[in-house]
Design a protein around this ligand. Structure first.
Ligand code: NAP
Length: 302
């Protein structure tokens, strides 16, 4: 069997077109556009590149985009004051603080300071709580898990009654996607197991997965012989394993690998995400959808 490739880049284009159409319609009918603030502290190259991509996408969709870049010497009080300013700004529907923050700033305090109704990253404890309750309680799903679920749904993979195995239990990927897949809802209703470093027999669990989601950050962790024939394999891992020279630019770029041995796994799985170009492109897309939804909640048109 050769697996169908789930290419986030292609799915992204479909969803962005849907978002753009809604933004245009709302602008026409209500005279407003979604407003997104991105707050970047310091100059960490990975953070700069994520924020740049978010800004570019927001602009391409016709959002109002406000960029705030501050040096990493900013105090916690100053950052909290900035968050408060945008919490109170009626033209802003999403407040995004790029993580990680410098060590002298309490990340939890900053996340909790964001208005839960503008928390488009979905990391605020109130939004995590809403996610656990499920149904109409949910406002913002964290972007990476939301992207994973969207990919599975659009591929037509049956989740109801499926054995779903999630490798990793982080707050940003493993835990939320496990909860989302167990909900009594469309694109869910799966029987979910969560694997971590204290799991006794990881191979045993992976082998019975109809849907295998791997978010461990360990290159090649999942062996091809652990994959059930025909399974849907979602590889969230992004691991820098070296460098290569880009054919396009001639520059040295990071060589990325996932947590699954892709070459061998694609001969066994029914569906598989490549790394890069799989889950990655979905994350920013779902962040944009959350920002649009935030405006829609405010207008009462969701
Ligand atoms: P994380 O916070 O480091 O958590 C990793 C999880 O994997 C932990 O729960 C850990 O278990 C588990 N784990 C690690 N090694 C394991 C092993 N050998 N066996 C079983 N479980 C193991 O990671 P994260 O933030 O969720 O990110 C995971 C990966 O996804 C990273 O490569 C990251 O770069 C990538 N990522 C990609 C996107 C995207 O594409 N948009 C977004 C987010 C993350 P313990 O809890 O027991 O330590």
């Amino acid at each position: 069997m050769t697996a169908k490739l789930l290419k986030g880049k292609e799915i992204r284009e479909e969803i962005l077109a849907e978002i753009k159409a809604e933004v245009d319609e709302i602008k026409e009918e209500h005279g407003v556009v979604p407003g997104l603030v991105t707050i970047l502290i310091g100059e960490d190259p990975a953070s700069v590149s994520y924020v740049t991509a978010k800004i570019k996408t927001a602009n391409s969709l016709g959002f109002k985009e406000v960029q705030v870049n501050k040096p990493d010497t900013i105090s916690e009080e100053e950052l909290l004051a900035l968050v408060d300013k945008y919490n109170k700004d009626d033209t802003v529907h999403g407040v995004l603080v790029q993580l990680p923050l410098p060590e002298h700033i309490d990340e939890k305090k900053v996340i909790t300071a964001i208005d839960p109704d503008k928390d488009v990253d979905g990391f605020h404890p109130i939004n995590m709580g809403r996610l656990v309750i499920g149904g109409s309680e949910v406002k913002f799903l964290p972007s990476t898990p939301a992207g994973i679920q969207e990919m599975i749904k659009r591929a037509g993979v049956k989740t109801e009654g499926a054995e779903a195995v999630v490798v990793g239990r982080s707050n940003i990927v493993g835990k939320p996607i496990a909860i989302m897949l167990m909900q009594k809802a469309d694109g869910a209703n799966a029987t979910v197991s969560v694997i971590h470093t204290r799991t006794r027999d990881m191979a045993f669990h992976c082998k019975r997965a109809d849907i295998l989601i791997v978010a461990a950050g360990v290159p090649g962790l999942v062996k091809p012989e652990w994959i059930k024939p025909g399974a849907c394999v979602i590889d969230v891992g992004v691991n820098r394993v070296g460098y290569k020279i880009s054919k396009k630019t001639g520059k040295k770029v990071a060589l990325l690998k996932g947590d699954v041995d892709f070459e061998a796994a694609q001969e066994i799985a029914g569906w598989i995400t490549p790394v890069p170009g799989g889950v990655g492109p979905m994350t920013i897309t779902m962040l944009m959808r959350n920002t649009l939804n935030s405006l829609k909640y405010k207008l009462g048109i969701s």
